[in-house]
Write a protein that binds this ligand. Structure first.
Ligand SMILES: [Zn+2]
Length: 249
């Protein structure tokens, strides 16, 4: 890989297409990518991919949708910590509420503790849970990446006060319906931002109807360039530098 972009959230291991093909298409655009785990199995596959492909960075964690399984999954996830660059994807999802709120909070707080103990950042999924996540992160020294950040101006301003927080933008900042997300992004200094695809979900225009892939991260970056009034090359440089710093690469 030698392109300028870093895709900081790309579930390669959840994509049904051949990994070699996806990476070959991303090659001209991408320097490296992060393949977040969402449970023990996908975290183990993330570590496996990272050992096979030098451009892949591994994480280990349990998604809020599966938080009821935390006690069952945690042993396998903890065992991977020495081999990963971040803990997560964890967080809170009060939109789909697929796990009881108490389980989501327990799993999230425990994963924050794991991240702190290993001096790693935590990747945070935040859906309709702004105020609980704000309360948790503003009272913790953990370095947090707000994955697929969709906050508007009000919440973006508040989270900006937490100096350990980095905002990761995905397809929604490029959507026709993304005005609120763009109004939030306009308030964030570029050196607090990352870009991601969230492959295989949330493809940005002009590929909205397709399955997402890491090669498309540049469309997310272009949307941010429009918001900030800077060139797409500048967005690539600043977000790649931020990614190297945040993930310790
Ligand atoms: Zn994800």
């Amino acid at each position: 890989m030698h392109g300028p972009w870093v895709d900081t959230h790309c579930h390669l291991q959840l994509d049904d297409r051949p990994t070699d093909e996806l990476l070959a298409r991303a090659e001209p655009h991408l320097a490296w990518l992060v393949a977040p785990g969402i449970d023990a199995e996908s975290s183990e596959r993330s570590v496996e991919l990272a050992s096979r492909y030098p451009a892949v960075v591994a994480t280990a964690g349990l998604h809020p949708h599966d938080a009821a399984r935390w006690e069952v999954e945690r042993g396998r996830i903890e065992a991977l910590i020495p081999q990963v660059c971040a803990v997560g994807e964890t967080g809170l999802d009060y939109y789909r509420n697929l796990a009881p709120v108490q389980d989501q909070r327990r799993s999230f707080l425990d994963q924050i503790d794991l991240a702190l103990a290993a001096d790693l950042p935590v990747i945070v999924h935040c859906r309709d849970a702004f105020s609980d996540i704000y309360e948790i992160l503003s009272n913790s020294p953990v370095r947090a990446i707000l994955h697929c950040w969709t906050g508007g101006p009000r919440w973006t301003k508040r989270f900006l006060e937490i100096e350990t927080v980095t905002f990761s933008y995905a397809g929604p900042v490029a959507f026709v319906t993304g005005d609120t997300v763009r109004m939030g992004a306009a308030l964030v200094p570029p050196d607090r931002c990352l870009v991601e695809t969230d492959t295989p979900y949330l493809a940005p225009p002009p590929h909205r109807q397709e399955q997402n892939e890491p090669a498309f991260v540049r469309y997310v970056g272009a949307a941010l360039g429009d918001v900030w009034g800077i060139s797409v090359d500048e967005v690539a440089t600043v977000t790649a530098n931020n990614a190297a710093r945040v993930f310790g690469r």
